[in-house]
Design a protein. Structure first.
Length: 100
């Protein structure tokens, strides 16, 4: 069984690859387990967790939230779920796939 310390780098690598498909950038913040996701439309989302893999994603209001923002948010949430599924040894474990 993989430990959390093994899963986080694996998750981050896979998540960065998925974000590149949408031309989004992932920037690690100084605080541990905090990331900033920047979309091509300059929307900013904050992703963090206290207990991996319970990941929270929050839109940071820096401008006007529009329809495209919602499209990016759904794509990012989908990427998070997909990456978590990929790195879990038992991808059918629904309790491990929490995205708030």
């Amino acid at each position: 069984m993989k430990t959390t310390s093994d899963l986080i780098p694996e998750f981050e690598k896979l998540f960065r690859q998925k974000l590149q498909l949408n031309n989004c950038k992932l920037r690690k913040k100084r605080q541990e387990n905090n990331y900033e996701i920047i979309t091509p439309a300059k929307d900013i989302f904050l992703m963090y967790w206290s207990e991996f893999p319970e990941i929270s994603l929050i839109y940071q209001a820096v401008g006007v939230r529009n329809q495209q923002t919602g499209v990016y948010e759904r794509a990012i949430r989908s990427h998070i779920s997909s990456c978590l599924s990929s790195i879990q040894e038992n991808p059918t474990s629904e309790s491990a796939l929490l995205v708030k």
